[in-house]
Design a protein around this ligand. Structure first.
Ligand SMILES: *Cc1c(COP(=O)(O)O)cnc(C)c1O
Length: 400
């Protein structure tokens, strides 16, 4: 390496995108602005106040009174690893779903924590059936059970959550919920539904950038962590260490990602201003206008209404159309990001996100028009006028 070879990067100027994929979503301008605010030290009284605000905002978001509620430094997967890495002890039996990509990731993490992992099955594109969960409990006697509330790989909402937690608790097991793509977008009630550990992410339904991920542990789960025979295998994500900073003591554990915490706080402030129930309604209303438009155009959806996940809409790839081509053209010609299917649904569906600041009428109208136009150019039989009309009238319904 020559001293004279100094790199010369171009100025940072990202292309103008509308983010309608499985995350990240569009970030609210107020959240973006918060990140340009000067830093303070991680033990500065001001930083401690910010953290108190975040904890209060997160309890509202989770609908919980849990004391152990905090933001993990890292993305949703770091929160997932915090949940499984602390709760699961070596040789413990863990039950996870096999009906999507993120249930499988739970299994990998539980295994790295030393757990012995079994799965409960449902087809990709369907939620778990409580009867199957009950049967899996009888067969394997797990002590930790994880489920995915909004499975981003399939666009399926796990319904009947209280029934799942009841089965687990009757069997003295702990329940972990992945709400990375659903919390703040669709209804979730941590305390009422009796879920022991719930985690999420910031860049999907919260209109914030990735990097500070909400998590909450109830007292029962915290006691389990306290009773571990050996410490969690990850030093960085060990709840005992992390809580020294987020709890009363406020001792240094690792440097807080200060700017990212500012962003999360501003996102939670926006959420409190809008109101949690109003936020759920907005997602349903706006995503409903999206699915109305797509269906009126003549393109099918891959989930029935019953377990539709407004935050991630699986749209069937019409016959004779190549999904990759449509995805590329939407991005390069219209600046809209969507993605294709994974695993069993690869080539079968488009995954269209409608989360956080991306869940806005303007985004949805823009998406439906552009998507219809690209499909038509790719040779699909679509009724563009009917699609745009259905979206417009669905959007107008609530404004009246
Ligand atoms: C995105 C996502 C994750 C992983 O989060 P990252 O922020 O990508 O680490 C986990 N679970 C679900 C359901 C997700 O959608």
């Amino acid at each position: 390496m020559d001293m004279d070879d100094s790199p010369a990067f171009a100025e940072l100027l990202p292309p103008d995108r509308t983010l309608m994929g499985p995350g990240p979503s569009d970030v609210h301008p107020r959240v973006l602005r918060s990140m340009a605010t000067p830093l303070v030290g991680y033990l500065d009284d001001y930083c401690v106040e910010i953290m108190d605000d975040i904890q209060e905002g997160l309890r509202y978001l989770f609908q919980t009174d849990n004391e152990h509620t905090l933001a993990v430094s890292g993305t949703g997967s770091a929160a997932m690893e915090t949940a499984f890495g602390n709760l699961v002890e070596p040789d413990e039996t863990v039950l996870v779903p096999d009906n999507g990509y993120f249930g499988a990731r739970m299994g990998e993490m539980a295994e790295r924590a030393g757990g012995e992992v079994h799965t409960v099955s449902a087809p990709w594109g369907e939620p778990l059936d409580p009867a199957d969960v009950e049967a899996a409990f009888e067969e394997h006697s797990p002590t930790v059970f994880g489920f995915v509330h909004g499975e981003t790989s399939t666009g399926v909402r796990q319904t009947r959550v209280s029934e799942l937690t009841e089965i687990a608790h009757e069997n003295d097991a702990y329940v972990v919920a992945d709400t990375v793509a659903s919390l703040g977008g669709v209804e979730f009630r941590t305390d009422e539904w009796d879920v022991d550990v719930v985690y999420s992410g910031s860049q999907k339904c919260l209109s914030a950038p990735p990097g500070a991920s909400p998590i909450t542990f109830n007292d029962r789960a915290v006691e389990k962590v306290h009773a571990r025979e050996e410490p969690a295998r990850s030093w960085y994500l060990d709840l005992e260490g992390v809580w020294e900073y987020w709890g009363e003591e406020r001792n240094y554990h690792h440097t807080a990602p200060v700017s990212t915490l500012y962003a999360l706080r501003e996102a939670l402030r926006l959420l409190a201003e809008e109101g949690l129930e109003a936020t759920w309604e907005r997602h349903e209303h706006v995503a409903g206008a999206l699915t109305d438009g797509v269906e009126a155009m003549g393109v099918g959806l891959n989930t029935p209404e019953e377990y539709w996940l407004p935050t991630l809409n699986p749209v069937r790839v019409p016959d004779g159309v190549e999904d990759g081509q449509v995805i590329d053209r939407l991005l390069t010609e219209h600046g809209i990001e969507i993605v294709g299917g994974l695993g069993a649904l690869d080539g079968e569906i488009f995954r269209v996100g409608c989360m956080g600041h991306s869940a806005r009428p303007a985004n949805v109208s823009q998406f439906v028009s552009a998507f219809g136009a690209v499909l038509a150019e790719e040779g699909a039989e679509v009724d563009l006028e009917a699609g745009a009309g259905a979206t417009a009238s669905a959007l107008a319904r609530r404004d009246r």
